[in-house]
Design a protein. Structure first.
Length: 726
């Protein structure tokens, strides 16, 4: 069969172009695999006699002895060995000093001058190190005829600690830098191998946690990450970037505070101490809305005091930080920001605060931040309307009537129905929030001023049903939730008589507690007795202790803590009647305390009466201290107490309440790591209402009911105060 001519022609054309393509590809591949020209960086030594082995270091060297022709002063030398980065040859026997010339294929390069003389450096060990490293230098001709040999690196003279004609030992001074080792003696000099000087100059940041990117700056770092080992107090870090003067590492998992160490082979460089800090905490952002370029204050804890170590983003847009301390950051809302989360990273430890609104309306402050019904309230912010009817203010959902308004300030009175919680402002369809108000104040819960119902009240405690019991001159009096006062137990004839209600009698009551069944417990010091009073007012002896009991406190679960007359503390088991000495309190003299649970309590003692300490699982820590012998509110490391005299713990929201001052006229609390004074700033007296106006005379004891209301007995005014919150 005859082949179609047109088909044959097409096949021929296709084969021709395939040949062209293959030929082009092969030539292109040849271009891609073309050898790189060798690069020579240094040679050593630069002097010696015939047969001296000379090393040339560099890159892209061809590992072929026959590929190189080397000469000194035009006298050919023998190549001994070649690797990809090092070439070794032997100085020729004809001793003519001159240029070293290396020929490779079509290229010719002058490397430097070699001098024939008896002074030469054959090698150094080690070839790297930091200040204080002693280098061993081998060679010949080191013996000085007039003056001893000098060793120099980068024009810095090393201290020669030992010398002979063939060996020198020299100590590297600080800041030497990387450079060739030179020996100067008898008017001659020889240059040998380079010494890599390695030193840590700085570490940033010096605080952080797992995942923090840490930059280590210095001198002479290795370029091979595999040869660089960085550890944080024994935990290996990941090396992510490295150059001769800087490396970046990631702080490891389970990092602990301690020294940073950088190791290059056998050499270890000690760095500074890295301190592990907790992740940052954002407690409050004010305002929670605002326009671009307006200021926002972020309060919390564990911020860096170095501005650049804090990074704040508004929905992904980096913000400018204008002020910084450990607990407060001030930033400007960046241009281009939009509604979304605020992200804070402190040394790469990140935390978010949700739902920031970029708008003209925002809330800055509310004054006062607590009060009673009818209290005048001032709200400051931005974007308010001058038309009072266009501003709507809500206290936890309850609307208040605005009395006056301008662009930055609203005035109103707190409604009767208002409850503690978030404050919200609406203006022409826009909504702003972020402030909180506490509808709280004080009132007289039980009044014995005019009717002689109280004599010398002191100890006070609440049961689960809202009844308050108070000790009054060896009587236990009961105040109902509505304020009626009656003698509950005591008043009978004789001393230490058990019985029902008023038929029973007591001797010397120093402590008052309550168990989980609402049985009252009283400690009688002189008789060493703990006595029980049931909800039906039946008085009996629970146990006799081997010591004189003093104060007694209980938590909402009925756990009881008791002190003896020497100030030692015991956990008291109500069921067995046994008291167990708290470990570590054998010699302490405790003044006051408040129990949290069976493993934790707060206290102060006679050695440190102006401190509040915490005991938890056998560990004691200081919580608050007296700094300037006055009341200072704020974070615990800034705030100050005076003399805490009585304290109680709120198991509902984990707040510690205490009376503070020589006469305890201030009611204060510790909440969220901060000290807050509730009342008493205006001195002693007799007044109730808002917290700021409340005055007490000689408050003696304090307790909390199951709703979180605080009660204070005041024998000076012969009343019991109730501090409430709606």
């Amino acid at each position: 069969m005859k082949m179609n001519i047109s088909v044959l022609l097409r096949v021929t054309i296709v084969l021709f172009f395939l040949g062209v393509i293959v030929n082009y590809a092969c030539k292109k591949k040849e271009v891609l695999v073309k050898k790189l020209d060798p690069i020579f960086s240094e040679f050593y030594p630069n002097s010696g006699g015939p047969g001296t082995l000379i090393t040339i270091e560099g890159e892209n060297l061809e590992a072929n002895l026959d590929a190189y022709k080397i000469s000194i002063a035009e006298n050919e030398a023998d190549v001994v060995s070649v690797t990809k980065n090092k070439l070794v040859f032997m100085a020729p026997s004809k001793s003519f000093s001159g240029e070293i010339v290396v020929k490779h294929e079509s290229s010719t390069k002058n490397i430097g001058k070699f001098t024939y003389q008896d002074l030469t450096i054959k090698g150094i060990s080690p070839a790297n190190g930091s200040s204080g490293t002693v280098i061993k230098i081998k060679g010949s001709g080191f013996a000085g005829e007039l003056d001893p040999a000098k060793v120099i690196i980068n024009e810095k003279e090393l201290s020669v600690v030992s010398a002979s004609d063939t060996v020198l030992y020299a100590e590297v001074p600080k800041g030497t830098g990387t450079g060739a080792v030179e020996v100067h003696v008898n008017g001659k000099e020889s240059k040998g191998q380079s010494f890599r000087y390695q030193e840590i100059l700085g570490v940033k940041p010096l605080k952080g946690g797992m995942g923090t990117r840490v930059t280590i700056s210095g001198m002479g770092f290795e370029l091979d990450k595999q040869n660089t080992v960085v550890d944080f107090n024994g935990k290996l870090a990941e090396v992510v970037e490295v150059s001769e003067t800087q490396m970046v590492v990631i702080a490891p998992t389970e990092v602990k505070s301690g020294q940073i160490t950088v190791a290059f082979g056998k050499l270890k460089l000690p760095g500074p101490i890295f301190t592990v800090t907790p992740k940052p905490i954002i407690e409050k952002v004010v305002p929670l809305s605002g326009p671009e370029d307006s200021e926002v204050t972020i309060t919390g804890d564990f911020f860096s005091t170095i501005a650049e170590e804090n990074k704040i983003y508004f929905n992904g847009v980096l913000a400018e930080i204008t002020k910084v301390n450990q607990r407060e950051l001030k930033v400007k809302i960046p241009k281009g920001a939009s509604n979304g989360d605020i992200s804070l990273a402190v040394n790469d430890q990140k935390v978010n605060w949700p739902d920031f609104l970029v708008q003209n309306l925002g809330l800055l402050n509310i004054n006062p931040s607590n009060g009673i019904s009818g209290e005048e309230i001032t709200i400051t912010g931005m974007g308010f309307s001058k038309n009072i009817h266009e501003n709507k203010v809500f206290f936890n959902g309850v609307q208040a009537n605005v009395k006056s308004a301008n662009d930055t300030e609203l005035k109103l009175n707190l409604p009767e129905e208002a409850k503690s919680g978030q404050v919200t402002v609406e203006v022409n369809g826009k909504v702003a929030h972020g402030l909180n108000f506490e509808h709280t104040g004080s009132l007289i819960f039980a009044n014995g001023r005019d009717n002689a119902l109280f004599n010398r009240i002191d100890l006070i405690i609440a049961d689960s049903k809202g009844n308050i019991f108070v000790h009054d001159n060896n009587l236990i009096k009961k105040i109902s939730p509505t304020g009626e006062i009656d003698v509950f137990a005591g008043g009978g004839k004789g001393s230490l008589v058990n019985g029902i209600g008023k038929l029973a009698s007591f001797n010397r009551i120093l402590g008052l507690a309550i168990d989980k069944y609402d049985n009252l417990l009283v400690s009688e010091s002189s008789s060493k007795l703990i006595r029980k009073i049931t909800p039906q007012a039946e008085v009996s002896t629970l146990t006799e202790l081997p010591f004189n009991p003093n104060l007694m406190k209980s938590d909402f679960m009925g756990n009881v803590l008791i002190s003896d007359s020497n100030g030692r503390l015991y956990f008291f088991d109500v069921n067995s009647g046994q008291a167990t000495l708290v470990k570590g309190f054998e010699s302490k003299r405790v003044r006051q305390f408040a129990i949290v649970d069976k493993n934790e309590f707060y206290f102060n003692d006679t050695n440190k009466p102006r401190q509040i300490q915490n005991y938890k699982n056998n560990v004691i820590t200081t919580v608050a201290t007296d700094k300037l012998y006055r009341w200072i509110d704020g974070p615990l490391d800034v705030g100050s107490v005076m003399v805490p005299i009585k304290m109680t713990f709120n198991n509902i929201n984990n707040n510690l309440f205490f009376l503070d001052g020589v006469r305890g006229v201030a009611l204060r609390k510790i909440v969220l790591g901060s000290l807050l004074t509730l009342s008493g700033l205006n001195g002693s007296g007799f007044e109730v209402g808002s917290l700021g106006r409340t005055k007490m005379s000689r408050p003696n004891d304090i307790c909390i009911d199951r709703k979180g209301n605080v009660y204070v007995s005041d024998p000076g005014n012969k009343v019991i105060y109730k501090f409430y919150s709606k």
